[in-house]
Design a protein around this ligand. Structure first.
Ligand code: TA6
Length: 282
């Protein structure tokens, strides 16, 4: 890929679908990303060739109420089902754009979410979430930090529920061999414990599996001819999900490979937890 400089790179906020504000990032090298402030959802990541490597489900709504189904929704402060709504509240709240910069042709934005009466009604703690996204020529990086701004301790679980564009019959994920697996198929309420024995995981049917203590580097072949490397720091777990015929209209076109923190993180007042990921085209 050429590394030609272009003057029209940077960060701008425009009206997206449904009139929702969206932050558009573009590098000097032609790559682009879009992040809706609603849910701090990174909905699009394109390389110079214009191909979107992320996926938005056809049933996604952009109404500022329901979470955006696709891209990279946040699950916070709860991953999956539990006392709160599924995957917590961060994905259905408007985050604010706290900072935006250009570092030598690579845009960096930081989005922020804080507690308010709505979050307090479900989770009675004061917190600050900061989500920093940096777009590079052939990759992007995210850093999520959660700070306890309360006077009492709290705990949470979280994930970045990434939807990748894919052709599911050709998808493979490498790097999970040896991990402890919690397989939610057939009963999500009673996951079956096991160990991943395969070098290469494929998606011949319904898949919903949590891998504990996963590698900090995975390789995803998306079945469309692209290889992506998913690296992380301090995201201890990985979740693989494809709904198969539960979503007949679109299951062939995406796969979710999620960096997750399924065990509870405990934070004392003023403590912070930070986890980073980098997703690169190889
Ligand atoms: O991360 C996998 C998962 O937790 C699945 O169990 C499935 O429920 C999925 O997320 C979809 O969640 P959503 O609420 O976005 O439809």
């Amino acid at each position: 890929m050429s590394q030609t400089k272009d003057a029209s790179f940077g960060v701008k906020v425009v009206e997206g679908i449904g009139g929702l504000p969206k932050v558009c990032l573009s590098t000097a090298y032609g790559s682009e990303a879009e992040i809706y402030l609603f849910g701090a959802c990174l909905t699009s990541w394109k390389l110079e060739n214009g191909k979107d490597l992320l996926f938005i489900r056809p049933d996604a709504v952009f109404n500022g109420k329901k979470p955006i189904s696709g891209g990279i929704p946040h699950c916070f402060p709860q991953f999956g089902p539990g006392p709160m709504q599924q995957h917590g509240f961060a994905r259905n709240m408007e985050w604010s754009l706290k900072d935006s910069q250009n570092n030598e042709g690579e845009p960096v934005v930081t989005l922020e979410l804080k507690d308010d009466p709505y979050t307090r009604s479900m989770w009675d703690f004061s917190f600050q979430a900061l989500y920093k996204v940096t777009l590079h020529s052939e990759s992007f990086s995210t850093a999520l930090s959660i700070t306890n701004t309360d006077k009492k301790p709290f705990s949470f679980t979280t994930a970045l529920h990434t939807y990748f564009s894919a052709s599911i019959s050709g998808v493979t994920v490498e790097g999970l061999k040896g991990c402890k697996a919690l397989n939610k198929d057939p009963d999500p309420a009673n996951p079956i414990e096991g160990k991943e024995e395969r070098d290469v995981v494929t998606f011949p049917g319904f898949v919903d599996c949590i891998y504990l203590g996963a590698s900090n580097e995975l390789q995803l072949e998306n079945g469309l001819g692209d290889t992506l490397t998913i690296r992380n720091t301090n995201w201890p777990d990985t979740v693989l999900w494809n709904p198969h015929t539960q979503m007949e209209s679109c299951y062939r076109d995406f796969v979710c490979v999620e960096n997750a923190q399924v065990g509870r993180v405990q934070l004392k007042p003023d403590q912070a937890w930070v986890a980073e990921q980098n997703i690169s085209f190889t």
